[in-house]
Design a protein around this ligand. Structure first.
Ligand SMILES: Cc1cc2nc3c(=O)[nH]c(=O)nc-3n(C[C@H](O)[C@H](O)[C@H](O)COP(=O)(O)OP(=O)(O)OC[C@H]3O[C@@H](n4cnc5c(N)ncnc54)[C@H](O)[C@@H]3O)c2cc1C
Length: 456
C-alpha cells in the first residue's frame, strides 16, 4: 500500500456516502462513488428535503390565513399542486447539481449504477447504461439508506394508499387523509396536509403522539392538532386497509373503523441491505442493518456502513457526520475516543407548527435513571419578539447539572425551534454551563433571548 493512494469504493450517494467521498478525496484517497438514482440520495429526492419543502409551503399558507392578525387585509390563498411540484423539483435539481459539483471538484469518480459486493475487496456495478464494471477497493463504504416499511396488511398503490414517497405531492390533494403512525414522520405529514386544507385523522398507537418524546412537548403538538381540527384516534393500531370506490377504510385492532379518501403509512423504515452481497463479503447484519462498531466498521475490517444502513440514528445530519468520521478513520486520522460520534448529543427537530427540537438528556430519561438534574422552563409568551411574530406558543426547557451547572440537554417548542436548538447543542458539545448561556449577550428583540432567560 505504501506510496499508493487508498482506493475507496462507496455504494450509495446519500448524505452518508457523499460526505465520506468528499472528505476521503480531500484527504488524498482515490474515491469512486456508485449511485443508482440521484446524487444526494433519498434524503434529497424522497425524504428529508421534499417533505421540508412541502412543510414550508404549508407554513406559508397557514401564516397567510392569519394575515389579518398581522394588520394585513385578509389574503385569499390557494394551493397550486403543479407549482408546488415544480418548486420541489427545482430544489432537488439545485441540490443534486451542487453536490455533484462538490464531488467532482474533489476528484471523486461518479458512476451511475447499482453496486454490490462480490467479495471483501471487490464490488460489481450494474451500470445505468447497461454495461457492468468490476472494481477493487482497499476501503468499502456501504451507504444505501432505507425505505418506508410496508406491512403485509397495507395494499400500497401510490394512488389511495400511500407511503411518504408518494406524497411529494400525491396525485391529488386528499379530502380526508388518514395518517397511520404518530412518530416524527407521521406528525410532520399531519401538519403538512392539515395546512393544505385536508381533513386529517391520525392513528396513534400509544397514549400520546411522538411516543418516547417529552410528554409536555407532545401535549403542545396535540393541542395544536386539535385546534386545526385534526382527529386523534388514540391507543389504536391499524390492522387492515380496504379501498373501494374512492373510499379507504382502515380497521383498527380495537374494533374502530375509520374512513377517508387516502391513507398515508408512516410506520418506520427498512434498511436497503438486500442484494448488496453482504454474505459474499462476510459482513454481519442485525435486523437487516449492517452491524457496526463505534467507528462504523462492520465485521470486515475495511468495510464500513454509514447512514440509515448502520442502524443508528436515522437522520441526514448523523449520516453525513458518520461519513466524515469513516473517511478519517479509514485514512488513519482518527484521534482517540473523544472523536467518536456521540449519538446522545445529536440535535433533532420535528418540522410541525409549532416546531419541536431537542438535544441531549431528556427530563424523563434523567428521571427514569434516578439522575439529579435541574430543569428550567420559560414560555415564549414572555418574549417581545414572540408577540411581534404573533406567535407566542411553546417554551424553552434546559436540563442542567445542579452541582456544576453544566448544560446536559434541552427541548424547544415554538417558531424556529430547529434553529434555536443549535445554541443548546453547542453548549453541550463545549461543556458550557447555564451561567455561560445566561451571561451571553443575545440580540433583542429575538427569540434567542428566551434561551438566556431559561438558563438563569
Ligand atoms: C419523510 C422523511 C423526512 C425526513 N426528514 C429528515 C429531516 O428533516 N432531517 C434529517 O436529518 N433527516 C430526515 N430524514 C431522514 C433522512 O432522510 C435519512 O436519515 C437520510 O436520508 C439517510 O441518509 P443515507 O446516506 O443513509 O441514505 P439515503 O439518503 O437513503 O441515500 C441512499 C442512496 O443509496 C442509493 N442506493 C441504494 N442502493 C444502492 C446500490 N445498490 N447501488 C448504488 N446506489 C444505491 C439510493 O439510490 C440512495 O440515493 C427524513 C426521512 C424521511 C423518510
Amino acid at each position: 500500500m505504501s506510496g499508493q493512494r487508498k482506493r475507496f469504493v462507496i455504494i450509495g450517494g446519500g448524505p452518508g456516502g457523499t460526505a465520506c467521498a468528499t472528505y476521503a478525496a480531500r484527504m488524498g484517497a482515490e474515491v469512486t462513488l456508485i449511485e443508482k438514482d440521484i446524487v444526494g440520495g433519498a434524503a434529497h429526492l424522497l425524504d428529508c428535503i421534499p417533505s421540508k419543502a412541502m412543510i414550508a409551503t404549508g407554513g406559508a399558507m397557514s401564516m397567510m390565513s392569519r394575515a389579518a392578525e398581522m394588520g394585513l387585509a385578509t389574503v385569499e390563498v390557494q394551493l397550486d399542486f403543479d407549482a408546488l411540484r415544480q418548486r420541489i423539483k427545482g430544489i432537488e435539481e439545485h441540490l443534486e447539481q451542487s453536490v455533484t459539483e462538490l464531488l467532482e471538484s474533489q476528484g471523486v469518480r461518479l458512476i451511475e449504477g447499482a453496486g454490490r459486493l462480490t467479495g471483501p475487496n471487490t464490488v460489481a456495478v450494474a451500470c445505468a447504461d447497461g454495461t457492468s464494471l468490476d472494481l477493487e477497493a482497499d476501503v468499502i463504504v456501504l451507504s444505501t439508506g432505507s425505505r418506508p416499511r410496508i406491512p403485509d396488511w397495507a395494499p400500497v398503490d401510490g394512488e389511495r394508499v400511500l407511503t411518504t414517497r408518494h406524497a411529494y405531492p400525491p396525485p391529488e390533494l386528499p379530502t380526508h387523509l388518514i395518517v397511520i403512525g404518530s412518530g416524527v414522520t407521521g406528525v410532520e405529514f399531519v401538519n403538512m396536509f392539515s395546512s393544505f386544507g385536508s381533513d386529517v385523522t391520525l392513528v396513534v398507537s400509544r397514549n400520546q403522539v411522538l411516543p418516547g418524546k417529552d410528554p409536555e412537548v407532545a401535549k403542545v403538538l396535540e393541542a395544536s392538532f386539535l385546534e386545526r381540527g385534526v382527529k386523534l384516534v388514540m391507543g389504536a393500531r391499524a390492522q387492515s386497509i380496504e379501498t373501494e370506490d374512492g373510499v379507504v377504510t382502515v380497521h383498527c385492532d380495537d374494533g374502530r373503523v375509520l374512513t377517508g379518501s387516502h391513507v398515508l403509512l408512516a410506520i418506520g423504515s427498512m434498511p436497503n441491505s438486500e442484494n448488496l452481497g453482504l454474505d459474499e463479503a462476510g459482513v454481519n447484519r442485525k435486523w437487516g442493518y449492517v452491524e457496526v462498531d463505534h467507528n462504523m466498521k462492520s465485521s470486515v475490517a475495511h468495510i464500513y456502513a454509514a447512514g440509515d444502513l448502520s442502524g443508528k440514528l436515522p437522520l441526514s445530519s448523523v449520516a453525513s457526520s458518520q461519513g466524515r468520521k469513516i473517511a478519517e478513520h479509514a485514512m488513519g486520522l482518527h484521534a482517540g475516543p473523544h472523536r467518536h460520534l456521540d449519538y446522545d448529543k445529536a440535535a433533532s427537530a420535528i418540522f410541525t407548527d409549532p416546531e419541536i427540537a431537542d438535544v441531549g438528556l431528556a427530563e424523563a430519561d434523567a428521571f427514569a435513571e434516578g439522575r439529579k438534574i435541574r430543569v428550567t422552563k420559560v414560555p415564549f409568551s414572555v418574549s417581545a419578539k414572540a408577540l411581534i411574530n404573533n406567535d407566542s406558543r411553546g417554551f424553552v426547557k434546559i436540563v442542567s447539572d445542579p452541582a456544576t451547572g453544566e448544560v446536559l440537554g434541552g427541548s424547544i417548542v415554538g417558531r424556529h425551534a430547529a434553529e434555536l436548538i443549535s445554541v443548546i447543542s453547542l453548549a453541550i458539545t463545549a461543556s458550557l454551563t447555564v451561567t455561560d448561556l445566561a451571561e451571553s449577550l443575545f440580540v433583542h428583540p429575538a427569540l434567542s433571548g428566551v434561551l438566556g432567560e431559561a438558563a438563569e
